[in-house]
Design a protein. Structure first.
Length: 113
């Protein structure tokens, strides 16, 4: 059974950066597009970014993170990364990895001064 474990969240000031990691197990990682989603308090879960398999040739981003976030993958480590720069308070949310019905538990990102 597949699973994800996210890490790297924390408290950061506006304008700062964080790099999230998502370690996958239990499935053929290099064969699948992997997604990042986020959910802010009182809001619906929303798509953030995705990266295709096997080499990450195609990356997609939500309009509100485009130019600030970068998704990447390391198949040898079965890990997907989300580099987040120029963070703003609206980026505050729990960030999740996703593949079809597989979701991690998420990692909390808080952007506040």
């Amino acid at each position: 059974q597949g699973q994800f474990v996210e890490s790297g969240g924390g408290l950061v000031q506006p304008g700062g950066s964080l790099r999230l990691s998502c370690v996958a197990s239990g499935f053929s990682f290099s064969s699948y597009t992997i997604n990042w989603y986020r959910q802010a308090p009182g809001k619906e879960r929303e798509f953030v970014a995705s990266i295709t398999a096997p080499n990450g040739t195609t990356k997609r981003y939500a309009d509100n993170v485009k130019g600030r976030f970068t998704i990447s993958r390391d198949n040898a480590k079965t890990t997907v990364y989300l580099q987040m720069d120029s963070l703003i308070p609206d980026d505050t949310a729990v960030y999740y990895c996703n593949l079809r019905s597989i979701w991690g538990r998420g990692t909390q990102v808080t952007v506040s001064s």
